[in-house]
Design a binder for this molecule. Structure first.
Ligand code: Z5A
Length: 209
């Protein structure tokens, strides 16, 4: 028996972490067994990789290393966490997945997206989400939300958040292009509105599918 695999994608500050938790609670309230995980992360090794790719250092990973680090983290979480849960028939909700590699390293950093798709298939053994919710926000909203959160929590922007305006515009356009190419898998939701409205649209999209 196979479970249901839902991923959340989009630029930073789109509300993925917020809405992943809310959707999980709503589905649990309907009596479903839900496993929540995130990328990069979700296993010991993948969480270590998360720290490595985000830290601001003098010798940051070159783009090829960055790709391989994200894919190594994905291979771990897919084989140790996501596939076993799907095989148990559970619902799995993942905060970011393969489309983040295509958007950030492909559209953002300029790596050939077709090549990334091949490498990603190797890492995931071809696992694809049943539904991908793209929480779309313009870069201005993204920046404003992150600045507010950083001020509230006294934290600094990480290495990837610090990439320039042009990078962030390219990756947002990249996400929208990925969604356009696979309309049966993606639902695009404007996440710049009030949180309750976004949450209701997400639940409706899940029920509709
Ligand atoms: N990355 C990559 O390059 N390649 C890959 O293959 C993968 C990832 C898998 C992961 O960092 C980084 O790795 C990420 C992509 C890259 N790069 N960056 N930068 P992360 O997981 O820490 O970062 P994130 O995924 O971008 O998450 P985030 O910054 O925490 O954003 P979010 O999860 O989308 O949003 P949130 O935390 O739920 O909300 C942000 C704030 O906005 C928060 O204060 C909320 O209370 C507020 N919020 C949320 N919704 C609303 C609404 N509707 N109105 C007002 N305020 C709201």
């Amino acid at each position: 028996m196979r479970g249901t695999f839902i991923t959340f994608e989009g630029p930073e500050g789109g509300g993925k972490s917020t809405h992943v938790q809310e959707l999980a609670e709503q589905l649990r309230a309907e009596g479903r067994t839900v496993l929540v995980t995130r990328e990069p992360g979700g296993t010991r090794l993948a969480e270590l990789i998360r720290g490595l790719v985000r830290e601001e250092v003098d010798d940051p990973p070159v783009t090829r290393s960055e790709v391989l680090l994200f894919l190594a983290a994905r291979a771990q979480v897919v084989s140790q966490v996501i596939r076993p849960a799907l095989q148990r028939g559970e619902w799995v909700i993942c905060d970011r997945f393969a489309d983040s590699t295509f958007a950030y390293q492909g559209y953002g950093r300029g790596v050939d997206v077709a090549r990334l798709k091949d490498l990603n298939d190797f890492a995931t053994e071809g696992l694809k989400p049943d539904l991908t919710i793209l929480l779309d926000v313009p870069p201005e909203t993204s920046r404003a939300r992150l600045a507010a959160r950083q001020a509230a929590t006294a934290t600094a922007a990480d290495r990837i958040e610090q990439a320039g305006e042009f990078f962030h515009r390219r990756l947002r356009d990249g996400f929208l292009e990925l969604a356009k190419a696979e309309p049966s898998r993606f639902v695009v939701i404007d996440s710049s509105g009030p949180r309750e409205e976004v949450s209701a649209q997400i639940l409706k999209a899940v029920h509709d599918r």
